[in-house]
Design a protein. Sequence first.
Length: 255
Amino acid sequence: MFDAAAMATQYINHHSKKIEKGDVQHLRSIARISSNGDDAIANLITEAVIAAGPQGQVVLENGRGGIDEVHTTVGSQYPRGFYNGHFVTNVERSSVEFENPDILIIQDRISNGNDIKKLIEGFLVDGTLAKPLLIIGQEFGESAIDALVQLRNGYDMPVAAALPPRFGNDITSILIDLSIMLGGKVIGRAHNVSFSDVKNYNTPNGNVVAGGADKIILTKHHQLYINGHGNPEDIEGRVNAIQGLIDNSETDYER
C-alpha cells in the first residue's frame, strides 16, 4: 500500500507543471475545472488567486445576495483560536470579532486575576476600555481566564484571550512575527519587556507595548488579523529574513 502511494505521488510530481507567475491562461483553465465549467466563476477564482499571490489564501464564503464578487484584504491567518467560547461576539459564526483593537502579546505565564487587573488598567480611560482588547498569551492560569470572562460577560467589556499560533521551540519566533506585523512588543522575560511596561493611555507616548489591526476574527481553530498596524519596512524586513531561512532549510519540517 505504501509503495503504491509512493509511486502515485512520484508519477504526479514527475508529470506536474508549475504555473509560473503571470500564466493567466493555465490558471483560468484550472479554475474553469474547479467551477464545473462556469466561465464567470472561473474568472473570479482567477482574479482572486492572482490577487492573493503564491503566499496568499483564497476563502470562499456564502453571500446573502445574488452577486458573486471578489474582496481583497491584507491580512495574516494563523492556526489556533480563542481561548474560551465565553469571549464569542458573533454567535452566528461562533467567532470573536473586534475592529481596531489593542493587542497584547505575552510569552510569560499570566497566573491570576491580579495579573489581568494590572494589564487592563493600562487600557482604561474613565473607567472603561478605550478600545477592544485582545490578549494573546502562551499560558493562562485558570483564575486569569475567569477574570477575563467576568470582565467580558459581567461588565460587558470587549476583551478576549487567544492562544499563540504555535507552541514548543517555535513560540518565540512566531510571537516576534506577530509583534512586527501588529506593531507591538512581546511581553516576557526573554524580550526584556515586563507587565509594568504596559503604560496607561494618559502617560506620555501612550501605550507603546500594544499592537493593533483594523480587524481581528478569532474562531475556535483560527485567528485572522486584517491590516496589522506594524511598520511596513519592519514587516518587509522580517518577511525577507523568513524567506531566507526557508530557502536555506534542508528539510520540509524546517520549512
